[in-house]
Write a protein that binds this ligand. Sequence first.
Ligand SMILES: [Zn+2]
Length: 289
Amino acid sequence: MSDTLQRFLFEHAPIRGEFVQLSATWQAVTERHDYPPPLRRALGELMAAGALLAATLKFDGRVLLQLQGSGPVKLIVVECAAGNALRATAKWEGDVTDGNLRTLLGDGRFAISLLPDSGQQGYQGIVDLEADSIAAALEHYMAASEQIETRLWLACDGHRAAGLLIQKLPESGDADLDAWPRIGHLAGTVQPLELLGLAPQILLRRLFHEEDLRVFEPKPVYFRCSCSTERVTGMLRMLGRDEVHSVIAERGEVEVRCEFCNRRYAFDAVDSEQIFAPVPPASADSTRH
Ligand SMILES: [Zn+2]
């Protein structure tokens, strides 16, 4: 199964949908850290949710979903960048036992951030974590923060993650008023095994065979981490010369690991001289606004 995002529309109802299946993308995230199984599944569900949500937003930039908790799981972060590039990471302490979202995270918050590629001011919405599942948390967020009625069904097993989303569009004049509850009911019959195992066209036909559905070309989804030597260098500059030099004096190098892809960046004394070399006046001028 390839990793795809499938958009669809109901021709005679103001409702749209997205369906996503993630296999290699989810595996690329979970193979990089030794996550406990319940957390691997939560990561998969939040990744599917991130791809679905990003697909419904007309937005040039990165969409960041963050679950912060006080339970065994402290943090789950999923980022969806342009072209359906996903990355994700999580932090936890001690044993993570199976259970619902509240068992994993305890009291917590769910935040969604929109970070424009243009570098302009971003936007963040935060709600308290009151739901028992990631799907319910996102539904609650969309209702409370965006006033958009959205429903989601998410699943993740040991191999892949998947999700289905339907969203109510602003009502049109002669819209079918019964459509939202009817289509929500049909979508709600979906089983986790169907989400995970059926091809998009087959799943959509099975759920909505009596509806007039327009199905778009599927789009690929993939794992990509945006970390780079330049970004890590920038971070070390913020830390400051003294701090970096004292680490190098003690250990011979300063090591930074990307939390998302686990890639290792190392800088020795010679590298550090370059990081903190004075910027020539010409390029300093060109970066001034
Ligand atoms: Zn990385």
